[in-house]
Design a protein around this ligand. Structure first.
Ligand SMILES: [Zn+2]
Length: 246
């Protein structure tokens, strides 16, 4: 294989690999604006859900407390009615004192529950107020987010198709270059990507901008062997002599 052929193959490989990386990035990473819109949406939803759950818990506690308080009040009323019915004077003092004792026990269970209910109702008001003031997505924002999702979907589909073409072309080129040239390229690519094979820029290396020895420039132009930049060790080629690639 001629050096010209190999160099042209390396440059084409480099372009295909760079394009493939860009297509994979496009496939896997949403565009910045879409990522921003998604994050905003998720954040708002998260806050809504969190406050919604807190409100649900308070509502459940309110219902339970109301039932417990009603039951205790019922119990208290029961003892009060009994007290009112005590008419036998001899038993009166003892019975009333016993009933008072029972009633005060009920009362002591009732009071903290009533306090807690007041607290729960206050917190519920707070939760409602917080939920009402949480930012929600406006119809315009929703439309913008959905349009961005759709545009990315379309771009990804086109990207997938192109990725298929790029992969096929890479395989074809690998076969054409053969194993020795490929392993030479892979070594170069691993350490110097995405610019492993670079054009001359007059008498300088276009990658590291080092001035090149005139004899090296001559050797690059002669294309008898692969030549590397003395300073960055990238393979050099003369852009005038290789067909322009897209
Ligand atoms: Zn260089």
């Amino acid at each position: 294989m001629s050096v010209r052929h190999k160099l042209a193959g390396f440059v084409a490989l480099q372009q295909l690999l760079t394009r493939r990386a860009a297509l994979v990035r496009q496939r896997d990473l949403p565009p910045e604006e879409l990522a921003r819109l998604r994050a905003l949406h998720d954040e708002r939803q998260g806050a809504q859900q969190e406050h919604g759950r807190a409100r649900e818990a308070l509502l459940a506690e309110q219902v339970a407390l109301e039932a417990e308080i009603a039951a205790l009040q019922e119990e208290r009323e029961h003892f009060r009615r009994q007290k009112a019915q005590v008419t036998n004077m001899r038993q009166l003092t003892a019975v009333v004192s016993e009933l008072d004792h029972v009633e005060s026990r009920v009362e002591s269970r009732l009071t903290p529950k009533k306090d807690r209910l007041t607290e729960v109702r206050r917190k519920l008001d707070e939760a409602e107020a917080k939920l009402a003031e949480l930012e929600v997505e406006t119809p315009e924002e929703k439309a913008a987010r959905e349009a961005a999702e759709e545009a990315w979907g379309v771009a990804r589909q086109a990207g997938e198709a192109e990725l298929g073409d790029v992969e096929r072309e890479l395989r074809r080129l690998q076969r054409e270059l053969g194993e020795p040239a490929m392993s030479q390229f892979k070594k170069l690519w691993t350490s110097r990507k995405p610019h492993a094979v670079v054009p001359l820029d007059g008498h300088a290396c276009s990658s590291c901008h080092a001035d090149l020895r005139p004899s090296l420039v001559q050797l690059v132009r002669s294309m008898e062997e692969l030549q590397t930049c003395d300073s960055c060790r990238r393979v050099l080629y003369d852009p005038e002599q290789l067909p322009k690639l897209p």
